[in-house]
Design a protein around this ligand. Structure first.
Ligand code: 5RP
Length: 293
């Protein structure tokens, strides 16, 4: 019991100052509960409203991808420059120090490999493990138009329901199958379906033509994947255009960890995302850091 002798009278009530009720900074997220918002605010920087997610979850269906052979050696040095790490629980537990203060987005769908039909996924992580690992969001692959479209949509809605129970957001990862057309019409369809069914934010791909119609018709934040490795200036240009056309960040993997100098590249991407740096200036930064390294 606290010491209650000689208690001071409470008198600082500031009756002339109304309590502020702040809106939440993130698109479409104002009606979420406190825990959801707090987790999203650890993924998206509240000062810029944007995020640099470092995606290193590729091994869950394709094994030790180039650049991810040794996550301890190649990836841990990049962590300070990311807002969020997107990865599997296997890599998280075996390699990432629990002392990290970075937010974690956990890959929770799986069950297939590059040797078979990739859309045949299920939920591969119990919600209790996501809670135990203190994650800020759970990522589920959704294959709109894919062979197992229905199952993957239901995987996502199950995670939205479970995550809502515990205050953990769901990231819908829109996958593009080999035979799917990557155009604005397809991405509007895929992202909107995920948002309508409850995803809290959505990962999709940048397209040169009409990307702003994808971001504007999606009521929750969109982050863009990097896709296959392309020259550094082209990747920075893609990230710049995506941000200027309404994306709330990147969820970038290969264009960072397969870069000639990954630490320089992630810092250049960070400048594009958080400082609106032009691709040319960011590329200059990349080259300066590369020469220093
Ligand atoms: C793999 C993923 C990746 O995390 C995502 O595609 C981002 O990585 P990259 O920039 O290399 O495309 O979801 O399924």
């Amino acid at each position: 019991m606290p010491d209650v002798d000689n208690l001071k009278n409470a008198k600082k009530f500031y009756t002339d100052i109304p309590q502020k009720t702040e809106g939440f900074f993130l698109k479409g997220s104002n009606s979420l509960d406190w825990g959801m918002k707090n987790r999203l605010a650890r993924i998206f920087n509240p000062e810029t409203g944007r995020t640099v997610m470092l995606a290193i979850d590729h091994g869950y269906f394709q094994g030790p991808t180039s650049g991810l052979e040794r996550v301890d050696i190649n990836i841990l040095p990049l962590v300070p420059y990311a807002d969020t790490l997107m990865l599997t629980r296997g890599i998280l537990r075996s390699i990432v120090p629990p002392s990290t203060s970075k937010s974690i987005v956990l890959r929770v769908s799986g069950g297939t490999s590059i040797l078979k039909e990739l859309s045949n996924e299920d939920i591969a992580v119990d919600i209790e493990d996501s809670i135990r690992l203190n994650v800020c969001a759970m990522a589920v692959q959704v294959f709109i138009g894919g062979e197992h479209e229905r199952e993957t949509i239901i995987n996502m809605t199950r995670m939205v329901d479970l995550g809502t129970r515990y205050g953990i957001p769901t990231l819908a990862v829109t996958a593009v199958g080999k035979d799917m057309k990557r155009d604005a019409r397809y991405f509007r369809l895929a992202t909107r379906i995920c948002a309508e069914l409850g995803a809290h934010y959505i990962k999709t791909y940048y397209i040169d033509d009409g990307f702003e119609t994808v971001t504007s018709s999606c009521p929750v934040p969109i982050v863009v994947a990097g896709g296959k490795k392309i020259p550094e200036l082209d990747a920075l240009t893609m990230a710049y255009r995506a941000i200027q056309e309404g994306a709330s960040g990147v969820d970038m993997g290969r264009n960072i960890f397969q870069s000639e100098v990954p630490a320089a590249m992630i810092q250049a991407v960070n400048a594009v995302v958080h400082k609106n740096e032009t691709p040319e200036k960011a590329f200059e930064l990349y080259n300066t850091l590369k020469n220093e390294s």
